[in-house]
Ligand binder design. Structure first.
Ligand code: B12
Ligand code: SF4
Length: 435
């Protein structure tokens, strides 16, 4: 039996990205192997030949999509919202050829009914359990159209992601792994609870150690990007993880929330274990907006500046993620953000357009208020405005974001980041081209 695991390409995304590169001074794309597909790959037993296809790799290397002519028994496709139409085109092609198609991932989990119009079977939520149930049924020729994960799978039972199926593994800039699932916060614009639920679950630190050792057999010095929604929530476990990672001599980054800044000792351990950057969703500097997003975050807003300084004093960079388009955002928002960044320089900056991802509370609210634009998934790139903002026009949002990036560039040239920035940068092998 032969299966294709496909990560679809989206031309529009890359077109948009070039515009944003111009704006944000980030050169080139970050490319990771698709951890969703690599996580379900171990579920195929010995009788299966697996072909991993990353259309981003093909497109960026001007390679033909010759896989479309190959024969498969099963085609499995993943998709974020903005990749949905390309995923449907791929599925249509294979279904026309009489090949069975399955889709899972972010888009399928949020909109299973729409996806079912385009594929044979849809997997909703985490793949590890639901997909193994599908595979058993597939072998017996008795598949259902929809399989739903319960969202509480035991991570300690998961197999290592199958990096060995990626032919061009060394091409990627970073290598994703995950150690936890189920963020305990509940932001109104976040789609991750749909897939992983909110029950915080952890792998055993020794399991993460073993996964990295496996990866190092293929890529001797991988830059690990932990894909967890919010990795360092459990401080005791985080200490254990840091201690487990230390002997591996790796560089790593992870998404976490601001509470990490309250634990100096842990920050020290993280640095020693190779942590070079923490990616934190600050979202906005306006407490009224944050109150609507997630009251837990609103309580922390006063600590933002101090938190950035604390974390960076350990020579760990902060990638601060902001979003623009909230109901209280207006023309002054951009100046306020610029002033905040001037007072509290961050190692890296990301500013996205608020996006009403399907399945989120934000999406339901904007729909009820009649503020959603016609849903075109190609535009769900986080660089497009997909709804009618309260106090800004879509163009003002785009121009304002560009203005903040430009201002930040000027501030950086004027030296606002000081010595700390170059100290952190020297720990960051991927530094070139980043803002
Ligand atoms: C790593 C990552 C990236 C990496 C790598 C992407 C890649 N090649 O996979 C980089 C940095 C390149 C990236 C870029 C972008 N990303 Co991104 N990214 C993530 C992140 C942090 C982790 C994804 C991951 O690996 N998760 C771990 C794996 C195991 O989980 P999973 O993919 O969900 O898979 C599980 C299930 O969904 C299911 N499953 C998934 N696929 C399939 C397929 C089948 C057949 C089956 C059966 C099951 C199944 O089973 C898996 C195991 O349980 C997520 C946030 C998060 N924490 O999830 C955002 C996220 C996926 N990204 C997002 C976005 C928006 C983007 C960008 C558009 C951002 C931008 N504007 O630049 C770009 C698009 C890139 C592109 N190539 O088109 C959004 C997607 C929103 C949505 N609803 O679709 C997310 C959810 C973050 C968010 N803000 O909410 N991203
Ligand atoms: S903290 Fe991050 S992962 Fe958790 S709910 Fe909010 S946006 Fe989602």
């Amino acid at each position: 039996m032969k299966v294709a695991l496909i990560h679809p390409h989206d031309m529009k995304y890359h077109g948009e990205r070039e515009i944003m590169n111009d704006v944000s001074h980030v050169e080139g794309y970050e490319n990771f192997p698709d951890l969703g597909l690599l996580s379900i790959a171990p579920l195929f037993g010995k009788g299966w030949e697996i072909k991993y296809i990353d259309e981003d790799y093909l497109a960026q290397n001007d390679l033909a999509r010759s896989y479309l002519d190959e024969n498969f028994d099963l085609v499995c496709i993943t998709a974020m919202n903005h990749q949905a139409y390309q995923a449907y085109r791929i599925a249509k092609h294979f279904r026309t050829r009489g090949i069975y198609t399955v889709m899972g991932g972010m888009h399928a989990s949020a909109l299973p009914d729409e996806v079912l119009e385009n594929v044979d079977t849809v997997i909703v939520g985490e793949g590890e359990e639901a997909f193994s149930e599908f595979l058993k049924d597939f072998v017996w020729g008795k598949t259902k159209r929809i399989y739903r994960a319960k969202g509480n799978a035991d991570l300690t039972l998961f197999a290592s992601p199958a990096f060995e199926i990626v032919e061009n593994l060394e091409w990627y800039s970073k290598y994703p792994l995950f150690a936890t699932r189920g963020c305990p916060r509940n932001c109104d614009f976040c789609c991750l609870g749909e897939v992983y639920g909110h029950t915080y679950r952890k792998k055993d630190p020794s399991q993460v150690f073993a996964e990295i050792q496996n990866l190092k057999k293929l890529i001797p010095s991988p830059f690990i990007s932990f894909a967890d929604e919010n990795m360092l929530v459990d401080k005791k476990w985080s200490r254990q993880l840091a201690n487990a990672l230390k002997p591996l001599d790796i560089k790593w980054e992870a998404y976490c929330d601001i509470s990490i800044a309250e634990d100096d000792e842990l920050l020290g351990l993280l640095r020693e274990s190779g942590c070079v950057e923490l990616i934190i969703g600050f979202e906005t500097v306006d407490p009224r907006n944050l109150e609507k997003v997630e009251p837990w975050k609103a309580k922390k807003i006063k600590t933002y500046g101090e938190a950035i300084r604390r974390i960076e004093s350990h020579e760990i960079g902060v990638l601060a993620c902001f979003v623009v388009g909230f109901d209280y955002d207006d023309k002054d928002t951009f100046k306020k953000l610029r002033d905040f960044l001037c007072e509290n320089p961050v190692f890296e900056l990301d500013i996205a357009v608020l996006t009403p991802m399907p399945g989120t509370r934000l999406h339901s609210r904007l729909r009820k208020e009649g503020r959603l634009f016609e849903e075109k998934w190609d535009d769900y790139t986080w660089y497009n405005v997909n709804f009618s903002p309260e106090n800004l026009t879509p163009q003002e949002i785009k121009d304002g974001i560009k203005w903040v990036f430009d201002e930040y560039e000027i501030m950086k040239k004027a030296g606002i980041k000081g010595d700390l920035y170059s100290k952190i940068a020297s720990r960051f092998p991927d530094m070139e081209g980043r803002n």
